[in-house]
Design a protein around this ligand. Sequence first.
Ligand SMILES: Cc1cc2nc3c(=O)[nH]c(=O)nc-3n(C[C@H](O)[C@H](O)[C@H](O)COP(=O)(O)O)c2cc1C
Length: 190
Amino acid sequence: MSNDFLETMAARRSSSSVTEQAPDDDELARLLAAVVPVADHKGLRPWRLVVHRGDERLRVGDALARGDLGKRHEQDPKAVAKLRKKTTRAPLLLAVIAERRSSSLPKWEQEAVASGAAHLLELALFAAGWGVMWRTGSGTDTKAVRRLYGLHKRDRLLGWLYVGGIKPGSSSKAKKRPDPDEFLTRLPQE
Ligand SMILES: Cc1cc2nc3c(=O)[nH]c(=O)nc-3n(C[C@H](O)[C@H](O)[C@H](O)COP(=O)(O)O)c2cc1C
C-alpha cells in the first residue's frame, strides 16, 4: 500500500467552516466509486445519500427546527431562523440514510455498513481536497426530519456531511491524535 494513501488518511480533519465551492454531481459520482466497495454483509447496500444544494438546505433546516423546537416552532421565529440557517453553513449537504434491507441480518450490522460508507465518503472528499464535517443535532431523529426524508421505522438518518471548499489560510497543522497503541487490546486473563 502506498504511503501517500496512509498519510492522507492520517491527515484527515474536519472543516467546520467552508467556502461556497462544492463538488458537482459528476465529481460526487467519481468519489462514490471509492466508497461503494465498503464492507457489506450479504451485499445488501443498506444505505443511500440525499444531495441538498441551494434553497433545499432550508427545507432541511426547517425540519430540524420543527423537530428541535416542537410546539415552540410556531411561537419563536428567532429560534427557528437560527436553526434553519445552520444548514447553510456549507454549499452542499449529503444526508446519509441507513436503510434496513433484511430482517434476517441484525439492524446494527446494516447501520454499520451505512456508517462505514459515510466515513469512506468523508475521507474521499477530504482526499479530493474538499472541506467536510459530519454533523447531526438534537433534531436529527425527530418526526419532522424523519418525515422530510420519508423514512420507515426501520431506517435511520445518520446525519449530514457538510461539504465545501477549504478556506484559504485555514490551519493545516497536524491535529493531536490519540496514540494508536491505546486501541490494541488483549483478552482479559482467565
Ligand atoms: C455521527 C457523527 C455525528 C457528529 N455530529 C457532530 C455535530 O453535530 N456537531 C459537531 O460539532 N461535530 C459532530 N461530529 C464530529 C465532527 O464531525 C468531527 O469528527 C469532530 O469535530 C472532530 O474533528 P476531526 O474529524 O477533525 O477529528 C460528528 C461526528 C460523527 C461521526
